[in-house]
Design a protein around this ligand. Structure first.
Ligand code: PLP
Length: 390
């Protein structure tokens, strides 16, 4: 933490996530405002270059948020009415919503189990049909999904692979950056993410044609941008496809570039806290800490799986009384009202885990004392909840 860094004001003793605001960020925002050019321009272009270097892809396109990234990616790989897209139900709802908005149908698959909350490739294979146009895989909590079986299946059947890499900025799998493993990678810069900006997102891809389709969809399908015309590089434009305004603005790009420079250190700090949680909690009071310690993870979320016998609401209530904020990532998507009427498959592990998972506070500038406090409070709450259940 620099001497001027300030954690934000929180009503919690230990919030779920937290931001640091410092002079460098304030200066980046000030400088951008003073420049007089606020919509997509040179700072967005610089961020895209930095991001394609991080992800080792030829193309990176900044967008308004992670949901916009998913929407564009799905359209660009050809999803539309009559198609199916397979994705894990244990995910944030954005991917499923955007699938519906392309006209395609989401088909949910199961996760591997309590030690691995990423998709189960065997169940994925069972979910694929002749109508499957794409798979959206998630790197849950920043733990890289083992993509090899997914890629093998999808390549053999001409199915596109979109990575929901919202949790996985800076993570790698077998030395290759998450987001660069399939056809398109989608990132989010929402405030609680590892690269927090407020709103914002990024698309990455290797393929030039795909990138060009996504570029058009990002900005109304227009062949030139306001910035091109401002610089005298173009005078008019054509519209090639009906697109959106999913552009990122200069202020957010400037903040993202600052945050990107800090990403590796911050992911490492998250990793240290997560390792401490694991050491303090795994296999105690019936807790399972999913995944294995992995240097290549981005440690977006600190998730634990509670024993079946306790009430999660009760545990959360006890932690809240001690000033500790918790969350659930995620209620399974297929159980939401908007998705319950769709094609239902048996998802026994997702349904069981959806009732047992609990997300603990995790952010880079947490103190060791805070991690210990959360762990002790959780163990205490489980002892009392278990006793109450007896
Ligand atoms: C896994 C996942 N996918 C997609 C999104 C959507 O990103 P955004 O909030 O930037 O639209 C989020 C974040 O909220 C997310 O956690």
């Amino acid at each position: 933490m620099s001497s001027t860094s300030q954690p934000t004001v929180s009503p919690w003793r230990v919030p779920l996530s937290d931001l640091l605001v410092d002079e460098e960020l304030l200066e980046a925002a000030r400088e951008t405002l003073a420049s007089g050019w606020w919509s997509m321009g040179p700072r967005v272009a610089a961020l895209e270059e930095e991001f394609s270097a991080l992800c080792e892809t030829d193309h990176a396109l900044a967008v308004a948020n992670g949901t916009a990234a998913l929407h564009i990616a799905l359209l660009a790989v050809g999803c539309g009415p009559g198609d199916e897209v397979v994705l894990p139900s244990l995910n944030f709802v954005a991917a499923a919503n955007t699938i519906v908005h392309t006209g395609a149908t989401p088909v949910f698959c199961d996760v591997r189990g309590e030690r691995d909350l990423n998709l189960d490739p065997v169940d994925l294979a069972a979910a694929v049909t002749d109508r499957t146009r794409a798979v959206v895989l998630l790197h849950y909590g920043g733990f890289p999904c083992a993509v090899e079986p997914v890629l093998e299946l999808c390549r053999a059947r001409g199915i596109a692979v979109v990575e929901d890499a919202a949790h996985a900025v800076g993570a790698t799998h077998e030395g290759r950056p998450c987001g660069s493993l399939g056809d398109v990678g989608c990132f989010s810069f929402f405030s609680n993410k590892n690269l927090p900006v407020g709103e914002g997102g990024m698309l990455v891809a290797h393929d030039e044609e795909l990138a060009q389709r996504m570029r058009l969809l990002r900005s109304h399908g227009m062949t030139t941008l306001t910035w091109d015309r401002h610089r005298g590089h173009a005078a008019g434009y054509d519209v090639l496809v009906p697109g959106f305004n999913y552009r990122l603005d200069e202020q957010r790009a400037a903040l993202a570039s600052v945050q990107l420079r800090r990403l590796a250190d911050r992911n490492a700090a998250r990793g240290e806290h997560a390792r401490r949680y694991r050491a303090l909690l795994d296999s105690r009071e019936g807790i399972v800490v999913p995944f294995e310690d992995d240097e290549a993870a981005s440690y977006h979320l600190a998730v634990v799986v509670l024993p079946e016998s306790v009430s999660r609401d009760d545990v959360r209530g006890r932690l809240a009384q001690e000033g500790i904020q918790t969350s659930v990532h995620y209620p399974p998507i297929h159980e939401f009202t908007a998705f319950a009427a769709g094609r239902q498959r048996a998802l026994p592990r997702t349904e069981a885990l959806g009732r047992r998972i609990l997300t603990l506070p995790l952010y880079p500038h947490m103190t060791t004392e805070q991690v210990d406090l959360v762990a002790e409070a959780l163990l205490g709450a489980l002892k009392r909840s278990g006793a109450a259940a007896d």
